[in-house]
Design a protein around this ligand. Structure first.
Ligand code: HEC
Length: 111
């Protein structure tokens, strides 16, 4: 079969857009345990050990209801300049941050 140059380039685009998500999936079990610890110890120091709020707002299921996943990920990644919320990009990967936000969006801590 002969692939035109156009088709080859198209295939390349598909590959590069799919590969990152395939290669860097969800954090493994050990990393998830570390992240859960971070959520309690570090995030919890401002948001409360049970995410019911403190210096930072509550991050409970109810508190986050209706907030878009993407904007929560952006907040955790870059922080909120002018507030106490730091950006976590220097410490956490994109996958780590997505896992944390998904954990919160599924309700943390589990009842
Ligand atoms: C030093 C204190 C502090 C720490 C540590 C901290 N936060 Fe925050 N966080 C805040 C504050 C304050 C806000 C509210 C910012 C504002 O007023 O917009 C906030 C906002 C947020 C929001 C947006 C909530 C909303 O309703 O839009 C999320 C999500 C969040 N933090 C997650 C985290 C996670 C996950 C961690 C740990 C990886 C973390 N925070 C660590 C202080 C903190």
């Amino acid at each position: 079969m002969h692939l035109s140059r156009h088709a080859v380039r198209g295939l390349g685009l598909v590959m590069t857009s799919l590969l990152p998500s395939l290669a860097l999936g969800a954090p493994d079990a050990a990393r998830q345990a570390q992240l859960e610890n971070l959520l309690k110890q570090d995030c919890g120091s401002c948001h409360g050990l049970r995410m019911t709020g403190g210096l930072g707002p509550a991050l409970t299921l109810e508190a986050l209801a209706g907030k878009p996943r993407d904007s929560l990920i952006a907040t955790v990644t870059y922080g909120r300049p002018g507030t106490a919320m730091p950006g976590w990009q220097p410490l956490l990967s994109e996958q780590d941050i997505a896992w944390l936000v998904d954990t919160l969006l599924h309700g943390y801590p589990k009842p």
